[in-house]
Design a protein around this ligand. Sequence first.
Ligand SMILES: *Cc1c(COP(=O)(O)O)cnc(C)c1O
Length: 396
Amino acid sequence: MNHELMDKTYVLNTYTRNYVNFKQGINATLFDENGKDYIDFTSGIGVVSVGHGNKRLADAISDQARNLIHTSNLYFIEPQAKLAKKIHELVGFDVATFFANSGAEANEGAIKLARKYGEKKFKNKKYKVLTLEHSFHGRTITTVKATGQDNFHKSYFSPYPEGFSYSKTLNELYTDIDDATVAVMLELVQGEGGVKAFEKEEIQKLAKFLKEKEILLIVDEVQSGVFRSGEFLASTLYEIEPDIITLAKGLAGGVPIGAVITKHKDILEAGDHGSTFGGNFLSTRAGLETLDILESYKQSGMLDEALLYFEQKLKSIFKAFPALFESVEGLGLMRGLRCKDGDILGKAIAKAFENGVLVLKAGKNTLRFLPPLTISKEEMDEGFRRLENAFKTIVL
Ligand SMILES: *Cc1c(COP(=O)(O)O)cnc(C)c1O
């Protein structure tokens, strides 16, 4: 039975897949079953932060797996406590963490925390969570409702939970807030929505306003977090201290994990929230090793160098193809090239693949780049050289 038939017969068809069969990865390079290599500018959608086949991470995971993978949250989990302590250090203000298994789950936890805050803190319960258009917060029934993109709100999944609404812009948030609003949830750089980074001043102004109103600011850093912006949190770059921050994608280098990080430590109590898998030995040990690797990579100056080099490369390819692209978007290693239209985007992704480069789509017309943070200069050179060849063959 060929791979495609097997997949289509036995796996539910929720994805449009490419049937390349990857067998191995080394940092930002992937190899398929025929030995063909691909430069990976996707890192599994921002997940493989320390690169493919990372030896330190693999050794930590294998060591942990040989000893203990899971015991449950009924007992102390040393790597969980150590990872939470490490997160506390890296965040730079006083927070505690709840561990989940994914970004959507982390956002669910954040929403639950906000709802209970709204109950405890005010005479008349506040419960509404405002999000932004073009946001993406996950695929569970609640987080898909929180996602500000109509095409995700399929009528056949209804009814959806109440208490969510979307503002068109940051400015509209101010007037959309009412007496029942408990939280604003946003991404500092909208990932899936088109790699759109908000202005620092606008975010700081909003954060200050929300603080005065005692409305929680939830920053979804599932994609922007874990050094992707150049800092541990994009919130650090924006110089804000959100009430709640969620992480997931890059936190454990590819092992499923999610985190709800908050300075409101006394809202959730025993029994309020939980997870069978969340924060188990395997995922938190992987998280700890991933953060150790990335922290020293940052301290050595290599992360900042990689960020700069990638930006130069991206800007020069942007300049070389004025017929295809209209802007460079994003920050750090969370980047986009806004295409003139969706047709160009489709062609760019297909041609890149033919030439051995993996890239992503975001929104309707943005070519998205989320390389491993440890990508080497040689891999960047080779990837952009291949992209140049690929883009030359696009016929408009
Ligand atoms: C990917 C993503 C999510 C969802 O994460 P999952 O692990 O797929 O549930 C939520 N928010 C943002 C900003 C994301 O990029």
